[in-house]
Structures are given as structure tokens and as C-alpha cells.
Design a protein around this ligand. Structure first.
Ligand code: GUN
Length: 300
């Protein structure tokens, strides 16, 4: 057994959602404003369907108005932009989330930039990206997954990460890059490693804080982990699990794993997030917090 602290994202997210629910009650009773979240999904990707379903359900639990638009795979860019425009104009909606990825006939960038930056609770709009990058993060919506990772990192290490080396594996716009900005703003010394990085295991082994967001099942083994590191696993990968037997249709059963080889890494880490039950639930908690914040802003 390892001594690593398991960072329980499910419980932490629950505490955030409880706070949001309470604050929503106060906002409603003092101003009559109910936070509203609209989630939009195009197509029927099963994983995206699950994520969007959980987001809408949590919004209801928080006492929000929750609207879900489910559009067919062949939806045109113009039709999607029309829906975004309608939601931008709808005063009962404070947060708009268009689930990514979108089908290939739709230009993702164009859709994201069409969302009103003040309703962009995903934090993907260029205005919010710019606010975060320039340190104007008071005004920015911060992308939910890296924001959730920061909450867990701060729970272990405190607010000021001065003198600590942080390595992020993965350079996506959704996770890797905003994660780097947040760690930098907290005074960490930040490196982004990726598929073209030389000696990646050695780079990672220098990290006091290691964030894995590459989408490669169990890539981060013990040799990537420094003794006493805080390890945050953003990956959610479904892999075959023949040891669990077969499904009714004869296909091999599967299981979810992160980008971190959990047992292996936990032997060295000071704290580590599990998959599932780590970063995933935190993402939804932060989405609720961003939507509430947007509603408070609308209330003046
Ligand atoms: N697809 C995967 N993660 C996310 C996310 O955080 N927001 C949106 N809109 N789409 C995603």
C-alpha cells in the first residue's frame, strides 16, 4: 500500500455543488434571478452524451434553469450559430456550453467565438483566454477542467506555489495551455511537455506537480514521477478489460483508466487523483460555479 493521499474529486465536487446550491438560493431570494445554463450537443457520441447529461442534471440540482439542446449529427453551422445567437439574447441564460468536439462540417472556432464572452462558462472564447493569459483572471471565465485541477492542487499545497516545478503533459487549448497559465499565476515554474518533447520521462521526473492530459492510457509510469509529487490525472480512457469477461453481445468488457498508471505512480506520489472520481467530477463542479458567477454578474 502506498501512503499517497487520494484526492477525492467526487467529494470535493459535492462540497462545491452544495455551496453553489446555497448561493443560488440566496441570489434567488434577494434578486429574483435564477441562474440559467444551456448545454448544446451535436450528434450522438456516447461519451459526449454522458457528459452533457451529467452537466444538465447537476445544473438542476443546483437550482438552476437547465436547458439542453440535442441536435442531429448533420446540423449545419448556420443552424448551430442561430441557436447560439438566440441563447446570447436570452436573459434567462447566464451560461452557454457547446460540447466539443463538433462534427466536421462545423467550424469549432467560429462557434466558440460566437458565444457571448460573458456567458462563456467554458472559458474558451478568445476574450477569456486573453484575460487569463494577461493576468486579468478576475474577469475571466477559467476553463472548468484546469480550474478543478487547481482546486485540488491548492487543497494539498496551498495557494502559493513559489519554488515548485510544475510539468503538464499535453498542450491542448482546453486543458494543457490554460493549466499552464493558472500554475504560472500561482508562481510555479511551469513546463509543458508533449509528444515532441525529448526525454519526457526525465522532464516529468523533475515535477513537484505533474498534470497528465494527453489521452494516452496509463502512459505515466513510476519513472515519470518524482518522490513526493502531486499527481493530477486528467485522462479518461476506455480500454479493453478481458479479465472482466464479455458482454451479452460477445464483446470484451471495458474499464476506465487515466493517463497515469495509478498503482505505480501512487507508490511515489504524495497525493494523486483517481480515475474515475478525480478530475472528472471537479470539471462539472467548476462549471456550476462559473454559471453562478455569471448570474451574480448579471445581477450587478
Ligand atoms: N469536451 C471535452 N471537455 C469539454 C469541456 O470542458 N467543455 C466542452 N464544451 N466540451 C468538452
Amino acid at each position: 500500500m502506498s501512503d499517497a493521499t487520494v484526492m477525492d474529486g467526487k467529494a470535493r465536487s459535492r462540497s462545491i455543488i452544495d455551496q453553489v446550491t446555497e448561493a443560488t438560493r440566496t441570489l434567488k431570494s434577494e434578486t429574483g434571478i435564477q441562474p440559467g445554463l444551456a448545454v448544446v450537443i451535436v450528434g450522438s457520441d456516447p461519451a459526449s452524451q454522458v457528459y452533457v447529461g451529467s452537466k444538465a442534471k447537476r445544473a438542476e440540482e443546483c437550482g438552476f434553469k437547465s436547458v439542453k439542446h440535442e441536435l442531429p449529427e448533420d446540423t449545419s453551422e448556420a443552424d448551430l450559430l442561430k441557436i447560439v445567437d438566440d441563447l446570447n439574447r436570452d436573459d434567462s441564460i447566464h451560461g452557454i456550453l457547446v460540447q466539443l468536439p463538433l462534427p466536421k462540417q462545423i467550424d469549432e472556432g467560429k462557434v466558440i467565438q460566437a458565444i457571448d464572452a460573458d456567458k462563456d462558462v467554458d472559458g474558451f472564447h478568445l476574450i477569456n483566454v486573453g484575460r487569463l493569459a494577461t493576468g486579468a483572471s478576475e474577469d475571466a471565465f477559467v476553463p472548468c477542467t484546469p480550474a478543478g485541477c487547481m482546486v485540488m492542487i491548492r487543497d494539498v499545497l496551498g495557494d502559493d506555489l513559489s519554488g515548485l516545478n510544475a510539468v503538464i503533459v499535453g498542450r491542448s487549448n482546453i486543458v494543457g495551455k490554460p493549466m499552464a497559465q493558472l500554475l504560472l499565476a500561482a508562481n510555479a515554474t511551469v513546463t509543458i511537455a508533449h509528444s515532441r518533447t525529448k526525454n519526457i520521462a526525465a522532464v516529468c521526473a523533475n515535477a513537484d506537480i505533474l498534470v497528465a492530459a494527453v489521452g494516452r492510457p496509463e502512459m505515466i509510469t513510476a519513472e515519470y514521477v518524482k518522490d513526493g509529487a502531486v499527481v493530477v490525472d486528467v485522462g479518461i480512457n476506455r480500454i479493453d478489460a478481458p479479465e472482466k469477461g464479455t458482454n451479452a453481445d460477445g464483446s470484451v468488457k471495458s474499464r476506465l483508466v487515466g493517463d497515469v498508471a495509478y498503482e505505480d505512480a501512487a507508490e511515489k506520489a504524495r497525493a494523486i487523483t483517481p480515475v474515475p472520481g478525480g478530475v472528472g467530477p471537479m470539471t462539472i463542479g467548476m462549471l456550476m460555479a462559473n454559471t453562478l458567477r455569471s448570474a451574480y454578474r448579471a445581477a450587478g
